[in-house]
Design a protein around this ligand. Structure first.
Ligand code: A2P
Length: 285
């Protein structure tokens, strides 16, 4: 794989391609100043990112859309240079709700199409306007749906479902790694039993060898295995740093030594929903 800052798309089986690094845009809306998402997406496009990972539930999709549209208007990029991934939220998993939700996302973004539309979490919540529906006692309101039926609608503008299903069935899937830096460690949804990834001594030592940070080593590790990464940052320096991963490579031995760090413990545990009948993380995969 010959990846560079200027050309780092990897092929998908249907002839489309995906940039191997994208900017993650989730930040708790209650704690995030307005406008910072937009500034960050623009900064990311300026330093070379061409893949933006967003979602309706992040409540900042309008800022992502504004940033992309402004960069197109400035002539910095064309729409086709940008890969935007949007997500269907848990309250809209009933098949008849998928298309309206995608259309709502397009309206919020003010874009004609998005490049990928995925199921945010495979657990249905009660349909309706409340993003996080609970009853009067604070109990989560779950919902039953058939996930296969959710997939059987047009939910990705470039892929048709039969191909996508076949693609998944054959396990020949390009993986997008969320939280490739170990998350923001928000205790409301993150399992903090493992230490912060970026303080790992091996990642630090390898970083020193290549004059890189532990974060850059962690991202390079995934990219070198062909795994797409979507590190979130709203900090201009870190947005830039996280993209500087195409000018060094890890040796086979170093890749293997990083593999030994595996703890088999996921950070994104979402334990508040662990009693959902479809909670996906009881099973190992
Ligand atoms: P910030 O937005 O202030 O940069 P993940 O993508 O694994 O969920 O990680 C995102 C978290 O890591 C955010 O809290 C983000 O904060 C922080 N982060 C992003 N890039 C770096 C970096 N290069 N070094 C340290 N922390 C980072």
């Amino acid at each position: 794989m010959d990846l560079s800052a200027a050309d780092h798309r990897i092929p998908l089986s249907d002839g489309n391609s995906i940039p191997i690094i994208g900017l993650g845009t989730y930040s708790d809306p209650r704690l995030t100043p307005k406008g910072i998402c937009k500034t960050s997406v623009k900064a990311a496009i300026d330093v070379g990112y061409r893949h933006i990972d967003g979602a309706y539930v992040y409540q900042n999709e309008h800022e992502v859309g504004e940033a992309i549209r402004e960069k197109i208007a400035e002539g910095k990029v064309r729409r086709e240079d940008i890969f935007y991934c949007g997500k269907l939220w848990c309250t809209a998993l009933d098949p008849e709700n998928v298309r309206p939700c995608l259309e709502r996302t397009l309206k919020i973004l003010q874009l004609d199409y998005i490049d990928l539309y995925i199921i945010e979490l495979p657990m249905a919540f009660q349909p309706g306007d409340k993003i996080y529906p609970r009853d009067e006692n604070g109990k989560w309101l779950y919902h039953k749906t058939n996930l296969c039926a959710t997939w059987e609608v047009e939910c990705h503008p470039y892929f048709i479902q039969t191909k996508l299903l076949k693609f998944c069935q054959q396990h020949d899937i390009v993986i997008v790694a969320y939280s490739p830096l170990g998350t923001s460690r928000d205790p409301t949804w993150v399992n903090l039993s493992s230490p912060p990834l970026l303080t790992d001594p091996l990642l630090k030592v390898l970083g020193e060898k290549y004059n890189k940070t532990a974060a850059q080593v962690a991202l390079r590790f995934n990219v070198q295995r062909g795994v797409v990464v979507i590190p979130k940052s709203f900090n201009p320096e870190r947005i830039k740093d996280n993209f500087q991963i195409f000018d060094f490579s890890l040796t086979e031995e170093e890749m293997k030594s990083i593999e030994t760090l595996n703890k088999n413990v996921r950070f994104v545990e979402m334990s508040m929903w662990s009693d959902h009948p479809e909670y996906p993380f009881h099973e190992e995969y």
